[in-house]
Ligand binder design. Structure first.
Ligand code: NAI
Ligand code: MG
Length: 490
């Protein structure tokens, strides 16, 4: 039978949108930020500092203090003192008031936070405005509500705080991860030393200003900036009771070794390589939107990204055709433009990692597809990419790329796709697209993933637990389960 000629859509070069930039005029950026320790903004020991630049414009943003071991020690001491003298003894309903206040201030300053998040990290303003900032505020609201109800969270038990929590967060959701970490810790009566990632410290320091304005007693939350060495100083500090980490599996392993044999507890939220599974009975258009959202949201810098697509063989052609068409409509570019779908890659290092995997994929024999879109001249960019004809043994299928790169495989039977989906070192999330509820229930029990989305993807809510199996880490954040990591039960 003669093959039907494919109609090629070329939105990339023929459709021009007028720019719709979000204004940044209202956002205040200081020349230099100190460390927030014991309720004060202070210089790092020896005045050490580093710069953050915008990954889209490559412009210098501000200088940030680089915290040494001594600075971290000051922060931990402040947190311990606040824990012993103020926050620990405080009535839970009083603690709740502060956390509610933080949530409300975040809503009031939402626009500023969204703009700064996009400038510093490169994510599209639509996402920082509609996802990162509102969900961050919601986490504070949600956990504020639990603060004086812990006896209902843990019936028949007495929940005591753990103490001083050392928290280290990554660069993909800077403000949101800070909220995920700080809100439950405070609600359970703990104090905090938090370190943002070195490429995205801006909204964390804005959060420090907000927390300061909220009147939270000095030392309850301390925020220190710096790179891996600062993070290690927090992990290794003998007076830290609990470590909460989100980041790479490699650093997660280092942390686990570092705390072995100590009394420290930990939650580790690490990498992922989620399967997004499309059955032949799924509504194709919705599934294609779900695939796009699953992998291109936040440039694919998402630990739970749907980075491995599994399409049932009999619908492969139509799904891939629609996927390619949709890919060519994606607008890659200025994060501050409200039309932008895919923003800047967070750092030069991360872009190099992604490009390395693009090369590996081609060498491994997968078929690369990129739409015909134009990229800005300055900044870190990567075209949305598909790898067709990928196979289980490929490194691009097994390893976390953390960029806008989707591998595509096919399957025939449910058992086959379960085997393939579970055949990775990770187990954080998965997606299932089907018309049949029975298939959904079957898969949610058999997929080794902490989160399974059905006919949707990348849905985050403060009330639902998030976390993984295997090399994706352990412990849960969010929901009732997210409280457990911050309490000792008697
Ligand atoms: P990373 O794990 O090095 O960075 C995450 C945080 O850990 C940062 O705040 C960093 O300063 C801190 N850190 C680094 N070394 C540390 C140490 N020895 N002790 C304590 N803290 C330390 O991640 P990186 O290098 O920026 O990204 C590499 C890869 O990791 C990415 O390509 C991606 O695959 C994965 N990743 C996964 C994330 C997730 O959400 N699961 C987030 C960020 C990265
Ligand atoms: Mg930056």
């Amino acid at each position: 039978m003669a093959k039907k000629k494919e109609t090629k859509l070329d939105f990339g070069s023929k459709w021009d949108y007028s720019a719709a930039p979000e204004s940044a005029g209202h956002a205040e950026i200081k020349k230099e930020y100190g460390l927030y320790i014991n309720g004060k903004f202070v210089k790092a020991e020896g005045g050490k500092k580093f710069a953050s630049t915008s990954p889209s414009s490559e412009k210098h943003i501000a200088y940030f203090a680089e915290a040494s071991n001594k600075d971290v020690d000051k922060a931990v001491k402040a947190a311990r003192k606040a824990y012993n003298e103020v926050w620990g003894p405080m009535a839970p309903k009083e603690r709740a008031k502060y956390i509610f206040r933080i949530a409300r201030l975040m809503q009031e300053r939402a626009r500023e936070f969204a703009v700064l998040e996009s400038i510093d990290g490169g994510k599209p303003i639509r996402e920082s405005r509609d996802v990162d900032v509102p969900i961050a505020a919601n986490h504070f609201f949600y956990y504020a509500g639990w603060a004086d109800k812990l006896e209902y969270a843990f019936p028949g038990k007495t929940a005591k705080p753990v103490g001083v929590s050392g928290q280290i967060i990554p660069w993909n959701f800077p403000l949101l991860m800070a909220a995920w970490k700080i809100a439950p810790a405070l609600a359970c009566g703990n104090t905090v030393v938090l370190k943002p990632a070195e490429t995205t410290p801006l909204t964390a320091m804005k959060l420090a200003e907000l927390i300061h304005d909220s009147g939270l007693p000095a030392g309850v939350v301390n925020i220190v900036t710096g790179a891996g060495a600062t993070g290690a100083a927090i992990v290794n500090h003998p007076d830290v009771d609990k470590v909460a980490f989100t980041g790479s599996t490699g650093v997660g392993k280092i942390i686990q070794k570092a705390i072995a044999g100590t009394n420290k507890t930990a939650t580790l939220e690490l990498g992922g390589k989620a399967a997004n599974i499309i059955f032949d009975d799924a509504p194709t258009d919705q599934a294609v939107e779900g695939i796009i959202n699953g992998i291109f949201f936040n440039q694919g810098h998402v630990c739970c990204a749907g980075s491995r697509l599994f399409v049932q063989e009999n619908v492969k052609d139509i799904v891939i055709k629609k996927l390619k068409d949709r890919l060519s409509t994606l607008i890659v570019g200025d994060p501050m433009d409200k039309n932008t779908d895919v923003g800047a890659i967070n750092s030069k290092e991360q872009l190099a990692t992604i490009n390395k995997y693009l090369k590996i994929g081609v060498e491994e024999g997968a078929e690369i597809y990129q739409p015909n879109c134009t990229l800005p001249k300055k900044g870190n960019w990567c075209k949305p990419t598909l790898f067709l004809e990928a196979s289980q043994s490929h490194r691009i299928v097994q390893e976390e790329i953390f960029g806008p790169v989707l591998t595509v495989q096919t399957f025939r039977t449910i058992d086959e796709v379960i085997d393939k989906a579970n055949n990775t070192p990770f187990g954080l999330s998965a997606g299932v697209w089907t018309d049949k509820g029975s298939k959904i229930f079957n898969l949610t029990t058999k997929l080794r993933a902490g989160i399974v989305w059905a006919n949707t993807f990348n849905k985050f809510d403060p009330t639902s637990p998030f976390g993984g199996y295997k090399e994706s880490g352990y412990g849960r954040e969010g929901g009732l389960q997210g409280l457990s990591a911050y309490v000792k039960l008697n």
